[in-house]
Design a protein around this ligand. Structure first.
Ligand code: ZN
Ligand code: ZN
Length: 348
């Protein structure tokens, strides 16, 4: 168990979000709760399906609950005389809260906290960085392997499936999100769902990510089938310039809003400010989207060890869209672009 300081004015903290439980204990099962007493004192609750697995993965006390898990948690809370129990207010349903409140001794106060573990998770340790690096490399290799099978006439869905297949073959557990393959005008939809549309000569937007050993990667690349038009070349150059400007702004101590601004200013100068409709990026790790956000109004400050994406894009209805995205690691002196896939305009 990772050593942890309890949130202020609590005697114990109940973690119910599985990604946070995995982060703190290494447990990867689909049903668990974790009760933390501060330091490395903790109890993991799970069900009989995970009797063997929990023992292999977790080094704290484990309770295999045969009935409702919350009931076992309440028993330990009462036995240890907890008067202030913290819980993840942004993860609990109203029904869960009511249920827990009803069962707890009346003198136990329930105190909600938001983003407590997520804040710790923002800065990755060396082992996590190594896993993100592996995931990013798998993702880039999967793209190259899939591109060998790209030809006009196949559907977006077929090509997205090819990407997922190549990624699994290289060691990914699953895509980190639904792979986006958007051809031509459909590239104007930032989160297009690949469908029956055939891939024809013209622009193709590919946004893909892998989960490998639990850790996410995320990359967007454009390829152009056939010769690119002058308009596409111009727009591609502008987006790449914006992406590089944002990356250039990344170093410890900088507000994430400043990174967003760097990309936005470049696109504005190219007359494409209004076409950049989303934020510049997001943190990633055990989840594909996690803090910090890299947006216009975000107040997070970059720290060495954060893994973030940089992904400005422009979207023009009736024409198409261009996005370029890398996974980037904040380092002591600046940043390192983890994604090895080149970004020069690509015609195939
Ligand atoms: Zn992406
Ligand atoms: Zn992304």
């Amino acid at each position: 168990v990772r050593r942890l300081t309890l949130p202020p004015e609590t005697d114990a903290f109940l973690v119910t979000k599985l990604h946070n439980i995995r982060y703190l204990t290494g447990f990867t099962g689909s049903n668990a709760m974790l009760l933390l007493w501060g330091g490395t004192d903790a109890i993991l609750y799970t069900d009989p399906r995970y009797t063997v697995q929990s023992k292999q993965q977790v080094d704290c006390k484990i309770i295999i609950a045969t009935g409702p898990m919350a009931k076992r948690v309440v028993k330990d809370v009462a036995r240890r005389g907890v008067s202030r129990l913290g819980f993840e207010g942004d993860q609990f349903s109203y029904a869960q809260y009511e249920g827990l409140k009803k069962q707890l001794p009346s003198r136990t106060e329930l105190k909600p906290f938001s983003g407590t573990i997520e804040t710790l998770r923002m800065v990755k340790d060396a082992a996590e960085i190594a896993l993100i690096r592996t995931s990013v490399n798998t993702n880039s290799r999967a793209l190259e392997n899939a591109l060998k099978r790209l030809k006009t006439g196949i559907t977006e869905a077929e090509f997205a499936t090819e990407i997922d297949y190549q990624s699994r073959k290289l060691g990914a557990e699953s895509p980190a999100f639904d792979t986006i393959v958007a051809a031509g005008e459909r590239a104007a939809l930032p989160h297009a769902h690949p469908g029956a549309a055939k891939i024809t000569p013209g622009m193709l937007l590919i946004d893909m990510g892998a989960f490998q050993a639990g850790y996410a990667s995320d990359m967007t690349r454009m390829v152009h089938l056939g010769k690119a038009t002058p308009r596409y070349r111009k727009a591609y150059k502008a987006v790449l310039e914006a992406q590089l400007a944002a990356i250039n702004a990344i170093r410890p101590g900088v507000k994430t809003a400043a990174v967003d601004k760097a990309a936005r200013e470049v696109l504005k100068a190219h007359g494409l400010g209004k076409e950049f409709v989303h934020s510049t990026g997001h943190g990633l790790g055990l989840e594909i989207h996690e803090p910090p956000r890299i947006g216009k109004k975000d107040k997070s400050v970059l720290k060495a060890g954060m893994a973030i994406t940089v992904e400005p894009g422009i979207y023009i209805e009736g024409w198409g869209g261009i996005r370029i995205e890398d996974t980037v690691l904040v380092t002591e002196t600046g940043c390192e672009i983890l994604t090895p896939t080149p970004k020069e305009l690509r015609e195939i």
